[in-house]
Design a protein around this ligand. Structure first.
Ligand SMILES: [Zn+2]
Ligand SMILES: [Zn+2]
Length: 229
């Protein structure tokens, strides 16, 4: 393999590469030879070895990208997304990932927490954003993944969630108990179920890029407009 073929993978936008990524991108079919070449680049500091079979361009690789390359398929979800979207207020050092197995891994000073979810759900891409280098759940998908994996869970604030999107995602879990749990979350104002509200985005204030929403309650004779989780 010519040096150029490794350099070409380094020119990609990705910051993390598995051995398989490098194998597919290079013309080298001899696995042993490719391993030897990779070791040479590692020694010359042109590749940064993160863990067995996983490499980065340098130490400043994207942790979320690595999170989804340790086990495949997987996507970033649960508390990592819920905290980012303001559904839970606690901030977590660990990165939460959903995959086909449960595992806790510490790598390069970062903890990764893998929760196991059924293949049927894992491979359904509804509510999953494919970012440039990794897959991450939307707020609604992370919310439902959490409901699926926990018998009871306290969410600090349901306002960032779109109840209609939650209902659209619900069938992929095929889980009646979970559907009941979803219905049990109520609006703090009118006490009707959260999923009876519909979300409407308000016009943005000039100079602000913060999206604001109202949640109108669809229950009969209820004029609740400002949903509170
Ligand atoms: Zn209501
Ligand atoms: Zn309400």
């Amino acid at each position: 393999m010519e040096k150029a073929s490794i350099l070409s993978i380094l020119r990609r936008e990705n910051t993390v590469f598995t051995f398989k990524d490098i194998l597919l991108a290079s013309a080298e079919t001899n696995v042993l030879l490719l391993k030897r070449r990779i070791n040479y680049y590692v020694k010359n500091k042109e590749l940064y070895p993160i863990r067995r079979g996983i490499y980065a361009k340098d130490k400043n690789y994207d942790r979320l990208e690595l999170a989804t390359k340790i086990f495949i398929p997987s996507y970033v979800s649960l508390e990592t997304v819920l905290a980012k979207e303001g559904v839970v207020f606690q901030q977590y050092d660990r990165i939460f990932v959903v995959s086909y197995l449960a595992r806790e891994i510490s790598c390069d000073g970062q903890k990764y927490f893998f929760r196991r979810i059924k293949d049927m759900i894992l491979t359904n891409s509804l509510g999953i954003d494919i970012k440039k280098n990794y897959a991450i759940a939307t707020a609604e998908r992370a919310f439902l993944d959490t409901l699926y994996l926990n018998k009871s869970y306290h969410f600090d604030n349901l306002a960032p969630l779109d109840p209609e999107k939650c209902l659209e995602l619900l069938p992929i879990y095929r889980n009646q108990a979970m559907a009941e749990r979803l219905k049990s979350y109520r609006c703090n104002r009118c006490r009707h179920p959260f999923i009876q509200h519909t979300q409407t985005e308000l016009a943005q204030k000039p100079g602000s890029n913060q999206k604001t929403y109202v949640h109108k309650c669809e229950a009969k004779n209820c004029n609740c407009l400002d949903f509170e989780g």
